[in-house]
Design a protein around this ligand. Structure first.
Ligand SMILES: [Zn+2]
Length: 219
């Protein structure tokens, strides 16, 4: 495995973190302006994806540079579980808010700017997913390929948010609380995968060894 390959892989990780952070900020802004629970839930999902990846990058950096100690592993484990619990509580919070919204609907107000930013977000996610998939294939990286597949799923979720806004604008039917519940369930799943790495087949598991680096580890 050459240097260029691992450089590209870690750069793609940073690209993933930065892009999701940007999407989170953009969507949090239009979610608040348009009073849309679905858009805010999607923004929360982006923050969580970004933070998860950051945690994985930090955990790998530590694994590469520092000597393995039992204390370090313990700190890493506790940190991961605390973050996992925050993620799960966030998901449950969104579910409760969504149920309240179903019982007592609040009107969303989608402006043309909001719709435009939703479309731009979908395009950004799609391009990121394609990039991760292609780079993963080119450099034979399981992590990047999985990350690309996950980003493609996230693109479909954003498309669902966009479609729910269009349905509301055209037919006056409000389904965004249901979309929010779906997004919240995905958020809870990410948190659970942090605690139980065996549940996941993709990149949301900082405690598991990176399959791309497996060959280099000696125990
Ligand atoms: Zn995701």
């Amino acid at each position: 495995m050459n240097k260029e390959r691992s450089k590209i892989i870690s750069k793609s990780g940073y690209l993933f973190i930065a892009t999701n952070l940007l999407l989170a900020i953009l969507n949090a802004a239009i979610g608040l302006i348009s009073n849309s629970l679905a858009i805010l839930s999607d923004a929360t999902h982006s923050i969580i994806d970004s933070v998860s990846e950051l945690l994985i990058v930090i955990s790998e950096k530590l694994a590469n540079h520092k000597k393995f100690t039992e204390k370090r592993e313990h700190i890493e484990r506790v940190t991961t579980i605390v973050i996992a619990l925050i993620i799960i509580v966030t998901g449950i919070h969104i579910i409760i808010e969504s149920i309240e919204e179903i019982i007592e609907p609040e009107e969303a107000d989608y402006s043309p700017v909001t719709i435009a930013i939703l479309i731009i977000s979908i395009l950004i996610k799609y391009i990121l997913a394609k990039y991760l998939k292609n780079t993963g294939k080119k450099y034979d990286s399981k992590v990047l390929t999985a990350s690309g597949a996950e980003t493609m799923n996230d693109t479909w979720i954003s498309i669902a948010v966009f479609v729910s806004a269009i349905i509301y604008l055209v037919f006056g039917v409000d389904i965004e609380a249901y979309i929010s519940i779906f997004i919240a369930l995905i958020i809870v799943k990410i948190g659970l995968e942090f605690i139980f790495p065996k549940l996941s087949s993709h990149h949301h598991h900082p405690l598991e060894q990176n399959p791309d680096h497996r060959i280099h580890h000696h125990k």
